[in-house]
Design a protein around this ligand. Structure first.
Ligand SMILES: Cc1ncc(COP(=O)(O)O)c(C=O)c1O
Length: 361
């Protein structure tokens, strides 16, 4: 079964490419330079160990407080999730996931003959019963539950007690923790036998290292390692060494990220109070905010394409996550850039208020 086009990547790399100079779509810390890390590199470019170099696995394990046998190093969270689907799913299985959400989770299980059962976010009450509703969707054919908390694109995050109904299901629970800063709060500490996937892409600002991981029960790790022997064999040891150097300076990178969140949120909140045309869902620890578009006659997609055409500003239309009517705005950006982007956005939403798109001067 062919996979459908990947909507968020299509938006970024096909539709919007070359049409913006202010980016409020990137979902994390701005990309960091590897230059300060290079003097620490003494790498030999041989094949790497198939599950990732011992030192790097130990460094990730330390972040979670788990044994290193539970860690598999991957090329991004995306590969970790792919390996889970490829290694564990069989025809007839069900995957319980959430919508709106990350398209890989919603569409890829079908490639392995499985069906995705999606439990919609209730955005009217901040997903208060999310844990119970997901647990209720678990049935005899459920092979895994795949969640993403903190969530892309809504910014909603499970409170600790929301894991409890899932812990009671005895199903493999996987949480995509791309946007989690403290792995002491990981799913692995709430749901026995669960898996966490994450990476250096968002919080640390190193998406180009393609350095991610899976943390889970050793038998799940082993199945994924074996599948990976059929695909990329191993990670690049050069990238792994850079990743190790990043984790060695973890506190510095985390502090810079938290500062971006705090400064950016102040700027965004002030802007939003003057622009009721966009109604934010308060983010719960994510570097972006999801806003409902309240502009008569203008869809979220129209607004985002209009912003490219008129102001060379890039936002994420909620449509690419299955959330039409919403836009995702990254506020954890350098303050000058954010202010410039919000000025541009303000001009367009103000012009569109009370006007149909076709009437815009
Ligand atoms: C929810 C979610 N999962 C996974 C990924 C993949 O990230 P990476 O493979 O760079 O870790 C992203 C990237 O935007 C994401 O938002």
């Amino acid at each position: 079964m062919p996979v459908p086009p990947y909507r968020s990547q299509e938006w970024l790399f096909d539709v919007a490419a070359g049409r913006y100079d202010v980016d409020l779509a990137v979902s994390g810390m701005e990309s960091q330079s590897v230059e300060p890390l290079l003097p620490e590199m003494t790498t030999k470019a041989g094949y790497d160990v198939d599950r990732g170099a011992g030192k790097l696995r130990a460094a990730v394990a330390e972040c979670y407080g788990v044994p290193a046998e539970q860690v598999l190093i991957t090329h991004g969270a995306q590969e970790a999730l792919y390996l889970l689907y490829a290694a564990l799913l069989e025809p007839g299985d069900e995957v319980v996931a959430r919508a709106p959400g990350w398209q890989q989770t919603l569409d890829l299980p079908a490639r392995f003959g499985a069906t995705t059962v999606s439990v919609d976010y209730d955005l009217t009450d901040g997903d208060a019963r999310g844990g119970e509703r997901v647990a209720e969707a678990v049935g005899p054919r459920t092979r895994m539950v795949v969640l993403n908390s903190p969530h892309n694109p809504t910014g909603l995050t499970f409170a600790d007690h929301q894991w409890e109904p899932l812990a009671a299901t005895d199903t493999l629970v996987v949480n995509d923790e791309e946007y989690l800063t403290d792995f002491g709060r990981s799913v692995v500490h709430h749901v026995p036998g669960s898996c966490s996937v994450s990476s250096l892409s968002k919080v640390y600002g190193f998406p180009g290292l393609r350095l991610g991981w899976l943390v889970g029960p050793p038998e799940v790790v082993e199945k994924c390692v074996n599948y990976r022997r059929y695909t990329t064999i191993s990670n690049s040891p050069l990238l792994e060494d850079l990743g190790l150097a990043v984790l060695g300076r973890r506190e510095t990178y985390l502090a810079a990220y938290q500062q971006r969140l705090a400064d950016g949120w102040r700027v965004f909140r002030d802007w939003a109070s003057d622009h009721p045309q966009l109604r934010p869902l308060p983010p719960q620890g994510t570097p972006y905010v999801c806003c409902r578009v309240d502009l008569p006659g203008t869809s979220s997609w129209d607004l985002c394409t209009e912003l490219l055409d008129r102001e060379r500003l890039l936002l994420m239309p909620g449509d690419v996550f299955g959330a039409p009517g919403y836009v995702r705005i990254s506020y954890a950006r350098p303050v000058d850039l954010l202010t410039e982007g919000l000025d541009r956005l303000g001009r367009v939403v103000t012009a569109l208020s009370g006007l149909e798109l076709a009437e815009l001067p």
